[in-house]
Write a protein that binds this ligand. Structure first.
Ligand code: GAL
Length: 558
């Protein structure tokens, strides 16, 4: 198989992304609405209090800390926490814990309690103060799938508000991530600033934090981002410091225009591997460099056309290089580019989750964690089309061994609620992302949630599979024609098993615990419907076309 190339122009992508149309919104046709209501599987959330979300949170010593205890139940609710280390405090009326983490590394077990007029509940949350963030896959939202580059401060604030008012935050969604198109120009001292649609980035961060939610942002190791905005090239440390001072909690770092710089670096560092091409690559970079700009001056069309030509020429040169040679060059250059920002974030004074976005090239899963990354995209951009999502899923096979607490494979954001997937396909995406321990970043407009979409995104038992503290990515156990069975080990010696029907007609799929060498089962739980099933020797579902089912198994204790 030919090695995909990180150095090959992503320009096609850079050009396509900004132009791609936002997905069609969910239909309001009464027949469609009724059909969607009938497809709801998740039981209604009870009015009694329930604490949801992860049971383990990672943080570094002496860093700002913010955690909204995700709790469902009738309002008003009141919270209390036992075991809070000094430096952290709880707002009892909002359930938001804030402050600074302790200097001493270790696990602090917080005993969380929530009560309302109907009852009370408790749960334990381990705060692990150490070196690792993102001990379970990040949960939140990113604007790109629904809004592309058409974003503004007010749009992001409205989405953050909706994350709370819709109840999504009560199920564990916390990051509000601004993608490409917030960037303006640099001030005289080099400080990056928001553009006219983002006049006050610290104030935006403060608004998001006021809900107890987390603030995510986007940049690129290149001079320009995919959308043609300013990247962080040569300003990495300064940008990381600026982001930290704005209260940023998450950075998505997108390869984009770094390709031409990468080509020049390849020529400088690996001239011996590129004997015929090093000079050409250097001269291309020399011609290309001055044509980049920070959107202060419009780029004449002939200049853009020339840039595209250079990128195409580079692509031609690099595609002629044998796969493994190209991979060695790519890996060397990509690790360096990502390490620079990784280090800058680490010394920024804040805990900032670091998301690498370079489309799964240069086998990023092998080195993403080493350069400071907590998650990395494993494929190109997702779209709300079943066949394309299936293509992405197929590319996750075998990557499970690289994932774990603090290091996640990222098959891109959710498309649930973007109007083109059927109810079964939406259940399928959620099931698949949960069994894969993929980051759960919502990609829809949170101000326009219909009951079906909300039910799929807020099924706590399904989400618990994703957030399980073992942090294992599930894998394909068996595939028979259109039937696929995925399994994922869970804490407490339990297992999650997902049944997928990739075909066009309903399919009976049976799982035998013997396939996992499990002893007899003491419990089988249908996680979508919150129902105990008979702990019979085999489990059979008739799975809808393009649909999924998910169970948790508890084996009998030996
Ligand atoms: C792409 C990236 C997308 C989005 C876009 C913004 O490269 O994969 O997720 O961030 O750039 O321009």
């Amino acid at each position: 198989m030919k090695t995909p190339s990180l150095l090959l122009p992503l320009l096609a992508l850079a050009l396509v992304c900004p132009l791609a149309a936002a997905p069609v919104p969910v239909s309001t046709d009464p027949a469609v609405v009724a059909e969607r209501l009938a497809a709801v599987r998740t039981p209604a959330t009870p009015d009694t209090p329930r604490i949801n979300g992860t049971r383990v949170v990672g943080a570094r010593p002496e860093k700002p800390f913010l955690y909204r205890i995700p709790t469902t139940g009738e309002r008003p609710l009141r919270w209390s926490v036992r075991g809070l280390p000094r430096g952290l405090k709880l707002d009892r009326d909002t359930g938001i814990i804030s402050g600074v983490t302790p200097a001493k590394k270790g696990t602090y077990t917080l005993r969380l309690r929530a009560s309302n007029a109907l009852g009370k509940t408790s749960a334990e949350l381990d705060l692990v103060v150490g070196d690792t963030l993102a001990l379970t896959p990040p949960m939140g939202w990113n604007n790109y799938n629904a809004f592309r580059l058409k974003i503004s401060d007010s749009l992001i604030r409205a989405q953050a508000d909706a994350m709370v008012s819709s109840g999504l935050a009560d199920h564990g969604y916390a990051y509000v991530n601004v993608d490409d198109a917030w960037e303006g120009v640099r001030a005289a001292d080099g400080t990056i600033q928001g553009n006219e649609r983002f006049p006050d980035m610290p104030a935006l961060g403060a608004h998001i934090h006021s809900h107890g939610l987390k603030f995510g942002i986007y940049s690129s190791p290149g001079y320009e981002t995919c959308g043609g905005f300013l990247g962080s090239l040569h300003y990495e440390e300064q940008d990381a410091r600026a982001f930290a001072s704005w209260g940023v909690d998450y950075l998505k770092y997108d390869w984009c225009s770094y390709i031409i710089d990468a080509g020049r670096l390849a020529a400088d560092r690996h001239a011996e591997l590129l004997p015929a091409h090093a000079d050409v690559l250097r001269s291309m970079a020399a011609e290309y460099g001055p044509m980049r700009n920070d959107r202060r001056r419009p780029r004449p069309p002939e200049m853009s056309a020339r840039m595209r030509e250079i990128e195409a020429e580079q692509k031609k040169i690099l595609s002629a290089i044998p796969g493994e040679t190209l991979h060695a060059i790519e890996r060397d250059i990509a690790t360096d580019a990502y390490r620079v920002m990784g280090r800058a974030l680490e010394s920024s004074g804040r805990d900032i989750v670091y998301s690498l976005c370079q489309y799964g090239e240069a086998r990023v899963w092998e080195w993403g964690h080493e350069v400071g990354g907590h998650l990395w995209r494993t494929t190109r951009d997702i779209t709300p089309r079943w066949s394309q999502i299936m293509g992405i899923v197929n590319r996750q096979k075998g990557l499970e061994k690289w994932a774990g607490p603090g290091r996640w494979n990222d098959p891109d954001m959710l498309e649930i609620g973007n109007g083109q997937l059927t109810p079964d396909e939406m259940h399928m995406q959620m099931t698949q992302w949960c069994i894969l321990a993929a980051p759960l970043l919502l990609g829809n407009d949170l101000t326009k949630l219909d009951p079906l979409v909300l039910s799929i995104l807020t099924n706590d038992e399904v989400i618990a599979v994703n957030q399980d503290r073992l942090g294992r990515q599930g894998w394909l156990l068996r595939q028979t024609d259109a039937a696929e069975l995925y399994v994922k080990p869970l804490s407490g010696d339990r297992w999650a098993v997902a049944f997928f029907n990739r075909g066009e007609t309903p399919l009976e799929i049976t799982f035998d615990p013997a396939e996992l060498k499990l002893p007899a089962l003491s419990a089988v739980r249908d996680l979508w419907r919150h129902k105990d099933l008979p702990a019979s020797p085999k489990i059979t579902f008739t799975v809808a076309p393009h649909g999924a089912e998910l169970v948790a198994l508890t084996p009998v204790k030996p």
